[in-house]
Ligand binder design. Structure first.
Ligand SMILES: Nc1ncnc2c1ncn2[C@@H]1O[C@H](COP(=O)(O)OP(=O)(O)OP(=O)(O)O)[C@@H](O)[C@H]1O
Ligand SMILES: [Mg+2]
Length: 286
């Protein structure tokens, strides 16, 4: 892999993640842009399904332009040394890793000598960037459908973030809703109960944001156990892990997102823009 040059332009530097489901994730040097580092997400085109999936992701990313949404820089096709054809998304490379890695690191260092401070304002700063980006996406009628720590990336400084992975995102038509997607741990209770008739709208993202916001305080998923069945049961019954202390300024925001009753949950990210904690931060950020 290392040293492979794709389309006479992108030179593989290292694997960002091991290949999975026919997808490759490489850091590449753009030889036409002073060896600037970029990320290559390659999707193997085994059949029409992958082709369609790749096309949807590219078409969606192409129309997005927001400081906290990852940018698509180039869209390529290439044949790997094993003769497999790929669609390649060249994305801006964010060197800080994803938030799942970050939470993992925080938990490992908890109480130890490498523990670094993490304060309410750190959590709120990230929270506000997510709300801004999601407000933009929802305003464009896009449901991300896979908001979770793995899909939120840090800039080098671990202060700024971008939302990534639009693989299962969809554009809604008017008030039309779409089905559910993404990881089970982030699916709201009403969708878990829908038994195949799932309707999902912006409230799907809001629920996942609530889980993520809580993780920004505790680094732990509020409902997760080591067992997926048990986790889903906890979500369905609203049984949160005990002893979860969240930052006071985040509490009501989290609650607005994790309302079981859809009528009470924030309907979309715009509804969170006026939250007092977010308003005060936006004044700092913008
Ligand atoms: N632009 C980027 N810069 C740095 N790291 C990235 C970037 N995009 C993705 N990553 C890392 O690669 C991982 C996988 O990327 P991504 O989420 O897009 O693919 P995926 O989860 O396999 O998605 P899917 O299978 O739904 O297409 C992320 O969790 C993140 O750690
Ligand atoms: Mg992902």
């Amino acid at each position: 892999m290392e040293g492979t040059v794709i389309n006479d332009r992108y030179k593989a530097v290292r694997e960002l993640k091991p290949a999975r489901d026919g997808k490759i994730y490489w850091v590449v040097e753009d030889q036409q842009k002073g060896k600037e580092l970029k990320m290559l997400k390659g999707i193997a085109l085994f059949d029409e399904k992958q082709e369609e999936e790749a096309k949807l992701e590219v078409d969606l990313l192409r129309r997005l332009d927001h400081p906290h949404v990852v940018k698509l820089l180039d869209d390529i096709s290439f044949t790997a040394p094993n003769n497999q054809n790929y669609r390649g998304l060249i994305l801006e490379y964010l060197p800080g890793g994803d938030l799942s890695q970050f939470f993992q690191k925080k938990l490992e260092n908890e109480g130890g000598e490498n523990e670094e401070e993490w304060e309410e304002n750190d959590a709120l700063g990230i929270c506000a960037q997510i709300v801004l980006a999601m407000n933009y996406l929802h305003g464009e009628n896009i449901i991300h459908r896979d908001i979770k720590p793995e899909n939120i990336l840090f800039f080098a400084d671990e202060k700024e973030i971008k939302i990534a992975d639009f693989n299962v995102s969809r554009v809604t038509e008017g008030t039309m809703s779409t089905g559910i997607a993404g990881s089970m741990e982030y699916i709201p209770p009403e969708s878990l109960q829908a038994q195949g008739n799932e309707n999902a709208s912006f409230s799907l993202d809001i629920w996942a944001m609530g889980i993520f916001f809580q993780m920004l305080c505790t680094f732990r998923h509020p409902f997760a156990t080591g067992n997926l069945f048990q986790t889903i049961n906890n979500i369905a019954q609203n049984l949160r892990n005990p002893a979860e202390v969240v930052f006071p300024a985040m509490e009501s925001l989290i609650q607005e997102c994790l309302k079981i009753d859809l009528g009470e949950r924030a309907a979309n990210a715009a509804a969170l823009m006026n939250h007092r904690s977010i308003v005060s931060l936006h004044q700092i950020l913008t």
